[in-house]
Structures are given as structure tokens and as C-alpha cells.
Design a protein around this ligand. Structure first.
Ligand code: WT7
Length: 651
């Protein structure tokens, strides 16, 4: 049975109070795409503006001329919108519930008043260190409240934050500090996760060896574990906060002033700094958070992502706090102390909306439903997924065991570049189909194009590459320091459109099914990884002559990393060397980039002009070597037999 024939799931009972119902969706969607000025002009008012905008949309997708501006003459401050404006009514409401790694340690309930105090103190510390509007601050923190304080403190004084996921290596951190030109790094001593400790400060020390000596290192003493200390460079952040004032004048920011840079992998070896700005981003994050999770006052909302990814930016911090929500922040992992931890936390804090990744669902599904059934999940109302296509088996397990058939599931398709949800069901409005992200959010005009001709495929069903025909407020504005690269990556291949990099199918009902990346980006456990990045890490090893990396289907991670490695002349392929290369890549990029399978490749399948034919490598990695297609154009067709014979994935 093809997936579009899978029956629709009706909207579960109990969604009568949903913000958006089916008829609202149809009416509002129609307006949002036919009259974006009116629609977004109204939505823009969900924020508090220091100076209201008079212009709504000013965008141009023409290659060579790409320019994206929303609410451009408005002036506002993000931290005021996420904190100050809630204080009159919500000073004592919990803004952030912090659940520590160790379940025996107490959770923290941080009220809006306490959030305000901490953010203002940290903002004053940064300002006292000379940080000004437009300066970059790199944040390398675990999932602790200080990560949210740091983001909002930057926003308060107009500094541009760039968070580096705490799982990235010292080299990756150094590259991001250098590319962004940051003079401040905020980190912590050590980070407990799943009962183990990551030496963040020591990673930061290593990274800073390769950065300007002007960079100051602000250290959150989180665990109190001993670390090295460089006098004059390292600063005890909590100590300075204790002495700082609790009021810090917010910086008035133009709607198009930068809010943050977030590095993400592309099809070249060098991650690009995705730039998001102030007004449009916050309108979009807040609005999607409210409608897609049907967030109502008093709900407890939990997104399990890390603030090091865009999901954490938009749906742990900015969207929820702009809405005056209670947002849960979890330091730990789903499988420690056991595979019931997520559900234990849901029961403990009476979570209403729960948002996670398909890879986590698959991992927990493998441990058996008894870990779910032990816990009282009656508070759950809405479930969400993000990061990769969800297979119907995982969707059904989530629906049955976690949602008990009563919770709408929102499968949200979006990207670091889009700032917020783009194709997604709305809980009270959209019937769902397991595995489909369903229909576009307000203001989003998806278009399926023929990959070769770049012509839109009209009618249903349709299949091709997914593009977006017009701008939306959450869209990235540029690549940090490289507007050319921005235009070339997203606007050149399909003129007039934003190109997502994803393949897509639209079924008879007009529902969208994301089929995965069509570029050299792979999706490992919902984390995006450029194959070229892993390749350059591998070839940086002295024993490696050449490397080619592709994705292959992995039962839990979605895609695994499959590396073909050609060794230098005379080097013996041994198990020790395999382990050494795995460790090497972890060191160069981070644990998430570690190849799952390494195949020794005495030769690569190359065209006569020397280009590696990745199509063939992908097929062999997928264990689908029966359909390699035409290999007659290869310089040495016989290398293919060797690769097939020694393939590593026989599943
Ligand atoms: C890529 C973006 C958006 C936050 C997490 C990842 C894939 C994302 C879905 C989904 C199918 C999905 C796409 C996309 N993706 N969500 N619901 N269904 N695929 O952000 O690291 O920028 O990765 O993740 O391939 O292009 P990201």
C-alpha cells in the first residue's frame, strides 16, 4: 500500500477549544497567501513595539538581488517581549521548569520575575565587559537555565548570540568563534548528561588556543568541578551576576537588526552561519508556538530539543516565552536512568504539550511499552515531532502508547533556515496521516518543482523538489558574512523560489510528504550533517588518502554515516585504525559525526574526469547494489565489484 492510501486520522475529541479550527484554517490560510500585508500586519501586533511598524513586507527572491525585510521600520526588543511585558500579570508564574540530569536532584521553577532578574543581571555583566549592539557572543552551554538567560541577555543589549551545541568539538567551536568574530564565549565547567560528564570548559580552553587572545571566557560554575583557570581571560559569571544590578535598559532594536547566528551544515565542508533577525523571527516563532501546539494560558509545554539547535531557539526559548508560557528545559537524555525518563518527567510536571524527534521515539519504542505504561500521562494533550520524516510505525506507537489515541500529533516540517514551522498539522484543524507533515502553515506557499526543468508540477499527486514561492517572516535573511553564498545556495537553482534542499511528494489530498534531502546533507538522529564536513575531517588524518561519505538507512537514527576510506600507500587497514578514525572524527567535529560504518576502499568509483560517483556509493551503502545503473562511464568499473564484496551494511 502506498503511503497516501493510509487513512486519515480524524481530529481526536477534546479539541473544541483549539485556537484554530478547520474552517478557520481555510479562511486564514487563503487570506495569508492572497493578502500577506493584511494578514501579517495583524499578526505583527502580537508583539510589543517600541515604535510600531508601518511597512509589513518588503521581499525579493530574484537571484542576484535577494533581500528579505519584514516590519522593517518597527523598533522592539526581544527580551522585553519575552519577559518585561509579562511581569504585570505573570511575575509569579513559572517561566522555565528546569529538570536536571539526575532525577534525584530537585527541579527548579523559575518565575517570570526571577527570569527577569537573572537576565538583567547577566545583561549588565555583558554590558560592563563592553559588549554593545551588534557584537557577537558565542554560547557553549549545556541545557541549564543560564543558556536561556544568556540568549535573552544578549537580546536585551542587542548583542548577536551564536550558540554552539555542547556536543561539538573544540575545533568546531573555534571555527565558529573565529567566523563570527565573537569576543565573548560563555561556557560552563562541566555538563552532566545521562550520568556522564562532558568537560566543556576544557573543550573551551582547547578551542581558545586557536582564537584571538582578546576573547574573554565567561564560565558558569554549574557542577563546581575543578577546571583550569586562565587569569585575565576566564571570568566567574555567577559571581559577577551576583554583584550586578537587576535592571538593564533594553536596547531598542530595528526589526531587521540581528538576533542570532546559528551555524548549520550544508553541502560544502564549511558550515554556514544562518542569520535571523528580530521582528519577523519573533512574530513567527510566537505565532507558530501558539497555533501548532495549541498553547493556552496555564499549559506546561515541553520541547526535548537542545538549545544548540534551532528547535531549542524557537520552541524552548523564544516562541514560548514570547507567549508568556511555562516551558520545560531538560538537562538529561531519554534513556537514563532508564527508558522511562521522558514519561516520568511528563507525569512529574503534568506536561500538556510534548515535542520530540522521531529518532527518540524509535529508540524508546525499541525498549518496549512498559516504560511508558508505568507513568501517568493523562496531562498530555498534544504531541509533536520534528527533525526528519517519521515512519508510520513510530507515529502509531507514539499515538497509541504515549497519546493513548487521544492526542493530535503534529509532524512539523521546517529547517534552521525557516526559523519556525512551515508544513504542519494544526491540532484542532487538520486530520493527520502518519508520516505526512500534512499542509502548509499560514503564509507558506510550498511548490513542488521538477528537479531538471525547474517547472512547477501542478495538480495532485506531484513529486519533485520542495521550494517555497514567497517569503514568510521567520525566514533567514543571509549567511553571516557571505550574502553571495546565501543567494547561490537557496535562490539560484530554482529562480524565483526559496529552495529547501528536500525532496517531496504531494498526494491526492494535497498532503505533503517529505522524502528527504536531495543534496549532500544527511540527517542523523534529526541532526543535520554535511557529508563534505565528515570527509574533510577524515582526509585531515595522516593515514587517509581519500574519503567519501554517504547516508544509509539506520533503524534508530533515521540515517547513519557510511564512510568509504582509501588509505595512504602502504598503510594496513586494521580494526585499530578503524577505531582511531572514529575517534578522530569525534575529535574534529563531535560525537554526532562519528561514522557508523567505515569501509576500506582501495579505489573509489570515479568518472574519467575524476569525480566520485556518489550515486553508486549510496546504493552500495543502502545494500541496494543490484540497481547501480550505468557504470560504463567509470574510469575503473572493477572497483565497484570490490566495494560490493566488502560492503558493510548487509541488513
Ligand atoms: C531538515 C532541516 C527544523 C528543526 C530540526 C532540523 C528535515 C525536519 C522534518 C519533518 C521530514 C524533516 C528536512 C529538513 N526535517 N523536520 N517533520 N519531516 N523531514 O533542522 O537541522 O535545519 O534540518 O530536517 O530534511 O530540510 P535542520
Amino acid at each position: 500500500m502506498s503511503s497516501e492510501n493510509i487513512g486519515k486520522h480524524a481530529i481526536p475529541a477534546g479539541q473544541e477549544n483549539a485556537h484554530i479550527k478547520a474552517a478557520d484554517y481555510d479562511r486564514l490560510y487563503a487570506e495569508s497567501v492572497s493578502d500577506p500585508e493584511a494578514f501579517w500586519g495583524r499578526e505583527g501586533k502580537r508583539l510589543d513595539w517600541i515604535k510600531p511598524f508601518t511597512k509589513v513586507k518588503n521581499t525579493d527572491f530574484t537571484f542576484g538581488n535577494v533581500s528579505i525585510k519584514w516590519f522593517e521600520d518597527g523598533v522592539l526588543n526581544v527580551s522585553v517581549n519575552c519577559i518585561d511585558r509579562h511581569l504585570p500579570a505573570r511575575a509569579d508564574q513559572t517561566a522555565i521548569i528546569w529538570e536536571p540530569d539526575d532525577p534525584k536532584k530537585p527541579a527548579q521553577h523559575i518565575t517570570y520575575a526571577q527570569l527577569s532578574e537573572n537576565v538583567n543581571r547577566m545583561a549588565n555583566v555583558l554590558r560592563d565587559l563592553g559588549v554593545r549592539k551588534g557584537d557577537r557572543v558565542v554560547i557553549y552551554l549545556p541545557m541549564i537555565p543560564e543558556a536561556a538567560y544568556a540568549m535573552l541577555a544578549c537580546a536585551r543589549i542587542g548583542a548577536v548570540h551564536s550558540i554552539v551545541f555542547a556536543g561539538f568539538s573544540p575545533d568546531a567551536l573555534a571555527n565558529r568563534i573565529n567566523d563570527s568574530g565573537a569576543r565573548i564565549l560563555i561556557t560552563a565547567d562541566t555538563a552532566p548528561r545521562g550520568g556522564r560528564s562532558t568537560a566543556l570548559k576544557s573543550n573551551a580552553d582547547q578551542a581558545l588556543l586557536n582564537c584571538s587572545d582578546k576573547v574573554k571566557c565567561l564560565v558558569v560554575k554549574h557542577t563546581g568541578e575543578q577546571t583550569t583557570w586562565v587569569d585575565g581571560r576566564d571570568i566567574d559569571l555567577k559571581a559577577l551576576m551576583a554583584d550586578a544590578g537587576t535592571e538593564c535598559e533594553p536596547e531598542p532594536m530595528g526589526a531587521e537588526d540581528l538576533l542570532f547566528i546559528l551555524y548549520t551544515s550544508g553541502s560544502t565542508g564549511k558550515p554556514k552561519g544562518v542569520v535571523h533577525t528580530t521582528g519577523g523571527y519573533l512574530v513567527y516563532a510566537a505565532m507558530t508556538h501558539e497555533y501548532v501546539f495549541d498553547y493556552h494560558d496555564g499549559d506546561v509545554y515541553w520541547c526535548t530539543a537542545d538549545v544548540g539547535w534551532v528547535t531549542g531557539h524557537s520552541y524552548i526559548v523564544y516562541g514560548p516565552l514570547a507567549n508568556g508560557a511555562t516551558t520545560l528545559m531538560f538537562e538529561g537524555v531519554p534513556t537514563w536512568p532508564d527508558a522511562g525518563r521522558f514519561w516520568e518527567v511528563c507525569a512529574k510536571h503534568k506536561v500538556n504539550q510534548f515535542y520530540t524527534a522521531p529518532t527518540a521515539i524509535r529508540a524508546l519504542m525499541g525498549k518496549g511499552p512498559e516504560f511508558v505504561e508505568k507513568h501517568d500521562l493523562s496531562s498530555l494533550r498534544i504531541l509533536g515531532t520534528v527533525g526528519e520524516p517519521i515512519n508510520p510505525e513510530a507515529w502509531n506507537w507514539y499515538d497509541e502508547h504515549v497519546g493513548k489515541g487521544k492526542c493530535p500529533i503534529v509532524d512539523t516540517w521546517w529547517q534552521t533556515e525557516t526559523g519556525g514551522h512551515m508544513i504542519t498539522p494544526l491540532p484542532g484543524a487538520t486530520e493527520t496521516k502518519p508520516g505526512s507533515a500534512t499542509v502548509p502553515f499560514f503564509g507558506v506557499k510550498p511548490e513542488i518543482l521538477e528537479p531538471e526543468s525547474a517547472r512547477p508540477v501542478t495538480g495532485n499527486p506531484a513529486e519533485g523538489v520542495l521550494c517555497i514561492a514567497d517569503s514568510w517572516p521567520g525566514q533567514m535573511r543571509t549567511v553571516w558574512g557571505d550574502h553571495e553564498r546565501f543567494m547561490e545556495t537557496y535562490f539560484q537553482q530554482y529562480p524565483g523560489y526559496y529552495f529547501t534542499g528536500d525532496g517531496c511528494r504531494r498526494d491526492e489530498d494535497g498532503y505533503y510528504w517529505i522524502t528527504g534531502r536531495v543534496d549532500d546533507v544527511i540527517n542523523v538522529s534529526g541532526h543535520r550533517m554535511g557529508t563534505a564536513e565528515v570527509e574533510s575531517a577524515l582526509v585531515a588524518h595522516e593515514k587517509v588518502a581519500e574519503a567519501a561519505v554517504v547516508g544509509y538507512p539506520h533503524p534508530v537514527k533515521g540515517q547513519g554515516i557510511y564512510a568509504y576510506v582509501t588509505l595512504m600507500n602502504g598503510v594496513e587497514p586494521t580494526e585499530e585504525l578503524r577505531a582511531e578514525l572514529e575517534k578522530w572524527v569525534r575529535g574534529e567535529i563531535g560525537p554526532i559525526a562519528k561514522p557508523d560504518l567505515i569501509q576500506w576502499a582501495p579505489g573509489m568509483p570515479k568518472t574519467r574526469s575524476g569525480k566520485i560517483m556518489r550515486r553508486i556509493l549510496r546504493k552500495i551503502a543502502e545494500n541496494d547494489y543490484g540497481s547501480l545503473g550505468d557504470i560504463s562511464t567509470l574510469a575503473e568499473p572493477e572497483v565497484v565489484d570490490d566495494l560490493i564484496e566488502n560492503r558493510m551494511n548487509r541488513g
